[in-house]
Design a protein around this ligand. Structure first.
Ligand code: SAM
Length: 437
């Protein structure tokens, strides 16, 4: 017997009546299409859990390194239970992640899929989110309570596995984009880094950006600040392992209270939209930046209007928002901007303005060439907030894409609109550092 999920579609809606007393028309094709989407999404969730397991216990790595396997071979090679190995292989084959080889009875991980699932640190690697998601799910009851009562969940209440997952997640950025695209996009910053300057990375997390920069620019000195000791301890351990010496150090500090000195360069990677007080943090960063210094901000590329954030990538970012970014800020009565809460217009309007106590040095550049010229002529010393087309200046608003993601779930259109995680390290016309105006 074949059983359909969720079963035959109803021909009418019982109990819901039109004004003329008849049942409202039901667009059966729309219902069918929507149920197809629901099944696809439920299937995606199950597949993601399979992937989290495969990532955690090294099943993808094994298939990538040792080649196709039967359930018995995979079980033997990875020391897992054979019955579970069989079902995992079959489930991921059904999902299109693995390929069954009928002649040998083995299951293969195609090399293209291995790039995403098994190539740690590679440009397409997605093991980070696979590690984060089960950790987030462990906080499920807390989310239910927050939905009912407001407030949020502080970082320290999360399962500690999410910090390792987050490090693996953002490692793909720092390994593949930081030195290849983001820093070269601000050449004067790159030049100063080469000469040797003092740099603060605010919200440094596990410190990977600092360590990458310190390795690349040995004449510069770096300090990573983070307000959460669960992250800072990871940064300290990573620094020790990297043997970077006194070129990079890390301190526990809520930077919205101020930086201890002034820096030539301040960076924030994926931090401002998470902050309890984003404006306070930006102002503190300005106060802690020398007048001829620079500020580099990485934020998520989302639309100015939330209704323009459409498609699977946007939906995923809203998930990260509720399950981490927004909720950790709201836990402290914060602004809770969320993952999609720092679009370009907000970045621009958040730059300290002339007349405010911290305005000197910030200048905003607009998209028109003439106003850019004007801005250059009348430039005040110091950092600038500018859009991604204008990548030659002191402050780059680096974007990872969300807005404009295709409504279509077609992989090719989806891929062409995404930068996270990028399938290559080059600058894609529609990707994170690409111009949009
Ligand atoms: C999403 S994580 C990003 C971490 C790191 N930059 C990366 O990309 O891997 C944001 C980090 O910002 C930190 N943070 C948020 N507000 C902060 C503040 N006011 N001062 C210092 N750190 C802050 C959080 O504790 C968290 O570790």
């Amino acid at each position: 017997m074949n059983v359909n999920f969720p079963g035959p579609m109803p021909r009418s809606r019982k109990g819901v009546e039109n004004v003329d007393g008849g049942p409202p028309p039901l667009d059966e094709a729309k219902l069918e299409a929507f149920m197809g989407k629901v099944v696809e999404d439920l299937s995606g969730t199950m597949t993601t859990f399979f992937c989290s397991i495969g990532d955690r216990i090294g099943l993808f790595r094994d298939l990538a390194e040792r080649g196709a396997a039967t359930g018995a071979e995979l079980a033997e090679r990875t020391q897992i239970n054979e019955r579970y190995a069989d079902e995992w292989l079959r489930g991921l084959t059904a999902a299109g992640y693995l390929e069954y080889q009928a002649d040998s009875g083995r299951y293969a991980l195609p090399p293209e899929h291995a790039m995403a699932l098994a190539q740690e640190g590679g440009p397409a690697f997605v093991g980070g989110p696979y590690e984060m998601l089960p950790g987030m799910a462990r906080t499920f009851d807390g989310f239910i309570q927050a939905f009912r009562q407001g407030g949020g969940i502080p970082q320290q209440a999360y399962d500690s596995t999410i910090w390792e997952g987050m490090q693996r997640f953002t490692d793909t950025w720092f390994e593949n984009h930081l030195l290849q695209e983001w820093i070269p996009a601000v050449p004067e910053v790159e030049a100063k880094l080469r000469e040797g300057i003092l740099v603060a990375d605010v919200g440094c997390g596990s410190g990977r950006a600092v360590l990458k920069l310190a390795e690349a620019f040995p004449k510069s000195r770096f300090v990573g600040y983070d307000a959460f000791d669960g992250q800072l301890s990871r940064a300290l351990a990573n620094a020790k392992a990297a043997g970077i010496g006194d070129r990079a150090r890390f301190e526990l500090l809520d930077v919205s209270q101020g930086l201890p000195e002034q820096y030539d360069l301040v960076t924030t990677f994926d931090v401002i939209h998470d902050a309890i007080d984003p404006l306070g943090l930006i102002n503190a960063i300005r106060r802690g930046t020398k007048d001829d210094g620079s500020y580099v901000m990485l934020e998520i590329n989302c639309a100015d209007r939330h209704e323009d954030n459409i498609g699977p990538l946007a939906a995923m970012f809203y998930g990260f928002s509720v399950f981490y970014c927004m909720t950790t800020s709201l836990a402290h009565g914060g602004k809770g901007l969320g993952t999609c809460g720092m679009p370009e217009a907000k970045v621009r309007s958040s730059a300290p303005r002339p007349g405010s106590p911290v305005s000197a040095g910030f200048r905003s550049r607009t998209r028109s060439t003439s106003s850019t010229r004007r801005s250059r002529r009348g430039a005040t010393a110091g950092p600038a907030i500018r859009g991604p087309r204008d990548t030659s200046g002191a402050c780059i608003y680096v974007r990872s894409s969300c807005a404009g993601s295709s409504r279509s779930r077609s992989p090719s259109r989806f891929a062409s609109n995404r930068a996270w995680p990028s399938s290559s390290a080059r600058t894609d016309p529609a990707s994170r550092t690409s111009p949009t105006h």
